[in-house]
Design a protein around this ligand. Structure first.
Ligand code: ADP
Length: 178
């Protein structure tokens, strides 16, 4: 599927029109990718986030990208992994869907995602990758925008898991069509 790409790198260097921030519910910055995005975007991002009054887990809110190359930042708080029985998969899927809905509503052509919840929030990477890919691919199958979606993995090891998960998804899709 040419509209979807798996990349390795630092999402703050993304060329996409919007980058997603794996935020927390306060939207007031944090560690990991959240800290990196706030540092790269500059202090105006925090000012803009203060006006948003937080965000619920699984939902998304949008700000300008300020000093980032990206025109927009879409902030989404992922679920904290607590064993998987507390609705974490549905909440994680909702993060991806909410970001993509917001992107489509803003007419955004390209969006790069980090691997939401798989750092401090401890969501196991293979399970998170399965949820992420299913949510993204089913959204893309039903919408023209965004035209391009990237999954920006911070490490080659994480990208390998996403690629493997993508290949499994693709094989399943093909066998469903037979
Ligand atoms: P969460 O709190 O949602 O778990 P983290 O920021 O701790 O968020 O981690 C989410 C993922 O983002 C992790 O897989 C981590 O390796 C990755 N990550 C951290 N910094 C960056 C970055 N600059 N660019 C892309 N991915 C990043």
């Amino acid at each position: 599927m040419e509209r979807f790409h798996i990349l390795v790198g630092d999402i703050t260097h993304s060329d996409a029109e919007a980058v997603v921030n794996a935020a927390n519910t306060s939207l007031l910055g944090g560690s990991g990718v959240d800290g990196a995005i706030h540092r790269a975007a500059g202090p105006q991002l925090l000012e803009a986030c203060r006006r948003l009054n937080g965000c619920e887990t699984g939902q998304a809110k949008i700000t300008p990208g300020f000093r980032l190359k990206a025109r927009y930042v879409i902030h989404t708080p992922g679920p904290i992994w607590q064993g998987g029985g507390l609705g974490e998969p549905a909440l994680l899927a909702s993060c991806y869907r909410s970001c993509l809905e917001l992107a489509a509503a803003y007419g955004i052509q390209s969006v790069d995602f980090p691997s939401i919840s798989t750092g401090i929030y401890a969501y196991p990477l293979p399970q998170a990758a399965t949820v992420a890919l299913r949510a993204i691919m089913s959204f893309l199958a039903q919408h023209d925008l965004p035209r391009r979606v990237g999954m920006v993995c911070h490490t080659e090891a994480a990208a390998a898991i996403y690629r493997q998960t993508f290949n499994l998804w693709y094989a399943e899709e093909k066998s469903d069509r037979l």
